[in-house]
Every structure is written in structure tokens, then in C-alpha cells.
Design a protein around this ligand. Structure first.
Ligand code: ADP
Ligand code: MG
Ligand code: MG
Length: 208
């Protein structure tokens, strides 16, 4: 389809939950290098709950994002739970009354999520966090606003992966990784990688 409606959003979130089960060990390994080694478990647990709750979901698009937000805040824990939870809360607010997301809507939607993370995490660009993926996706979505949906989503997925890779050379100044200072350099940020996966799964799920 041209637009993402609630059915597609549910499919996206359920596929992400499955993907996180596969990537749990990897995310845990990344977090054990520069954090406390629980990011994979945190995300897999929280999104498993999201998947279960969405199995018989019969409300609208905004309500769907709201449900995800509440579940992430309740079930993910750690720093990432409230951060992702806030991103989904802000996106839900942005979607109020909307039945679908068309290619031209993604920039504002992602911006709402990124702003939530920026405020909640008191973070800015270059601090080696998930924000280093969310923020540049706003520009990528703006640049791709006139593209066909599948092309736009491919571009978001590629940008997300590139920006997650770019956290490797950054020095962490927020979250647990900041305790390592210079020693955080040379490792990927786990939250940046889980965010890249979120947008890769969006692309894979909706390009079918
Ligand atoms: P915790 O660090 O509490 O164990 P997680 O391991 O689940 O939580 O999540 C860690 C991720 O959260 C980091 O990789 C980073 O992307 C993100 N993060 C941590 N603190 C912040 C912050 N202040 N702003 C934005 N993102 C942050
Ligand atoms: Mg952790
Ligand atoms: Mg932890």
C-alpha cells in the first residue's frame, strides 16, 4: 500500500518483536561492552509484551502507538524503556485522529519521537546514544518525502544503519556508557543499533 495504516503498524511492531528475539544476544553483547549487558533482554521482554497485546488490537493508529508506549514504559525498564516509551507517546500524539501515515508524514512523525528522546534523555547529537539515529532520520525522511513509499522506507533503513555504525567512533557522554569515557570509543551504541533494527524491520515488513 501507499500508506501505513493501523494493520501495517501492528505488523511492523510484531515483526520487530520477533527480530529482537533473534538479535537479543547481539544487543546484549554490545551492551556488555559499554554498559551493563541487559539491552537485548530489556528490549526482547518489552516488545514480546507489545506483540502479545497487539494480537487482538481493534483501535486506531494513534491508540496503537499509545499502547506500545505504555507497554515499553512498563516492561522494558532501564534507560531505554522510558526513552522509547516517550518516543512512541509523542508519535501517538502526532497521529491523533489520523488513519494513516503517508510518505510525506514520516519526517514530522519521526521528529516527534526524536524530540521526545532529546527532552527525556537531555541528550544532543554526538553523545553516542539512540538519538544519533533518530535525529538524522528526520532529515532523511524530509529529503525522501516525495519518494514512493518503499523507496523512502529503504532510504530510512539505510540511513538508520549508517548512523548506528557512526556511533562506533563517538565518545559516550550520556547513560552508562559515559562512565567509560574514552574507552567507550570503538564500540557500537546498543540503543542506536536497536533503533536501526526498528527502521530496518519497518522497511522489510512494508516492502513485501
Ligand atoms: P540501561 O543503560 O539502563 O541498562 P539499556 O541498556 O536498556 O538501559 O539502554 C541503553 C541505551 O539507552 C544506550 O545504548 C543509549 O542508546 C540509550 N540511552 C541511555 N541514556 C540515554 C540518554 N540520556 N539519552 C538518550 N539515550 C540514552
Ligand atoms: Mg543496559
Ligand atoms: Mg540496565
Amino acid at each position: 500500500g501507499v500508506d501505513v495504516q493501523v494493520t501495517e503498524a501492528v505488523a511492523w511492531f510484531q515483526a520487530y518483536a520477533d527480530r529482537l528475539q533473534q538479535e537479543k544476544e547481539h544487543l546484549t553483547e554490545l551492551d556488555s561492552r559499554i554498559g551493563d549487558g541487559d539491552h537485548g533482554a530489556n528490549m526482547a521482554r518489552g516488545w514480546k509484551a507489545v506483540k502479545e497485546e497487539l494480537e487482538s488490537f481493534d483501535q486506531g493508529l494513534s491508540e496503537c502507538f499509545m499502547q506500545v508506549s505504555k507497554t515499553l514504559i512498563a516492561k522494558v525498564g532501564g534507560a531505554s524503556g522510558p526513552l522509547y516509551g516517550t518516543a512512541f507517546l509523542r508519535m501517538s500524539m502526532k497521529l491523533k485522529g489520523e488513519a494513516s501515515v503517508s510518505p510525506g508524514d514520516w519526517a514530522e512523525l519521526i521528529q516527534a519521537g526524536a524530540e521526545g528522546i532529546r527532552q527525556r534523555g537531555k541528550v544532543s547529537g554526538g553523545e553516542k546514544t539512540m538519538y544519533d539515529v533518530w535525529a538524522p532520520l528526520v532529515d532523511a525522511a524530509r529529503d525522501g518525502a516525495d519518494l514512493e513509499e518503499t523507496v523512502l522506507l529503504r532510504s530510512l533503513a539505510e540511513t538508520a544503519r549508517e548512523k548506528a555504525e557512526a556511533t562506533r567512533e563517538m565518545k559516550a557522554t550520556k547513560g552508562r556508557a559515559s562512565y567509560l569515557g574514552e574507552r567507550s570509543i570503538g564500540h557500537l551504541d546498543p540503543g542506536a543499533v536497536s533503533t536501526a533494527l526498528l527502521f530496518e524491520v519497518l522497511c522489510d515488513t512494508l516492502s513485501r
